[in-house]
Design a protein around this ligand. Structure first.
Ligand code: AMP
Length: 278
């Protein structure tokens, strides 16, 4: 497995390998969710690059950039064992050298949900993904449905900027108790870890109402919210039922494809989860 540290090294590596290439962008502290993306890329491409970059630009002031989990040795071992061809590990200085001042912003889509709670987050995501795609020039890039809004923002920027890449969506991988895998789960206290599966139960409660024929967006949001509110350790940030494409909040009936998503804090750890309805 090759290791590339700068955009120039990455471009040179890619230039020497013109075949089908998949990219799996990550922030490291790898878990089965990440590895499922890597396996899919390995199955669908002649070669696979995984990137590991904890992107300072997508963390707001007071968020967890400094204490975001980092375990480079273990990550490299897991990627090598899976058979990844190269890992791209740029430093913040390689990505954002002195004088850096160019940003990619996606408008309406990125202002809602996570964007409302974390104002500069998607500007950081859209910028780093554009830079990763430019350095790696993959045919396909793999993203998790766990970060449903991020997936939509990346699809939109690829479309709007005519980037020659297929954005591939991969299902959320969960713990046996339903909790969506996340690098941040490691920071849950034992009682918060025990409480956190309430997120997937809240989604399931609303999905069950939807399957039984309920289409009132208020009733569907209320079903999820009631489950969350029964767990005192969960501080709700939002419960949303939005149009699946635009992420505009649905008023009235949910009669097209919809995304039910939620964010809640368990102590210092903020978690998100979602399910597609319809
Ligand atoms: P991150 O390292 O958190 O930036 O995530 C890197 C990629 O892995 C993103 O495309 C995420 O959506 C995806 N991902 C994270 N957690 C999961 C999960 N539990 N299941 C599937 N994909 C995931």
């Amino acid at each position: 497995m090759d290791a590339l540290a700068t955009p120039a090294e990455m471009r040179a590596w890619r230039g020497a390998r013109p075949g089908g290439l998949g990219l799996v962008p990550t922030m490291g502290a790898l878990h089965e969710g990440h590895l499922s993306l890597v396996r899919r890329s390995l199955a669908e491409n002649a070669a696979t690059v995984a990137s590991i970059f904890v992107n300072p630009a997508q963390f707001g002031p007071g968020e967890d950039f400094e204490r975001y989990p980092r375990d480079g040795e273990r990550d490299l071992r897991l990627l090598r064992e899976l058979g990844v061809d190269a890992v791209y590990l740029p430093s913040p200085a390689a990505m954002y050298p002195d004088g850096y001042e160019t940003w990619v912003t996606v408008d309406g889509l990125a202002r809602r949900l996570e964007g409302a709670s974390r104002p500069a987050h998607f500007r950081g995501v859209a910028t780093v993904v554009t830079k990763l795609l430019n350095a790696v020039r993959p045919d396909r890039a793999y993203f998790g449905r766990k970060d449903a809004q991020q997936l939509r923002v990346v699809r939109r920027l690829a479309r709007d900027l005519d980037l020659p890449v297929d954005v591939v969506a991969c299902d959320t991988v969960r713990e046996p108790d339903g909790l969506a895998m996340s690098s941040r789960n490691a920071y849950l206290s034992p009682p918060d870890r025990a409480a956190a599966p309430v997120l997937s139960r809240a989604l399931a409660a609303a999905a069950a109402r939807f399957a039984a024929g309920e289409r009132s967006s208020d009733a569907l949001r209320a079903a999820a919210r009631a489950t969350l509110e029964a767990e005192p350790r969960a501080a709700i940030d939002y419960v949303s039922l939005a149009d699946s494409a635009s992420l505009a909040e649905i008023a009235g009936e949910a009669d097209g494809p919809a995304l039910l998503s939620l964010a809640a804090r368990f102590g210092p750890v903020r978690l998100i989860d979602n399910v597609e309805l319809g």
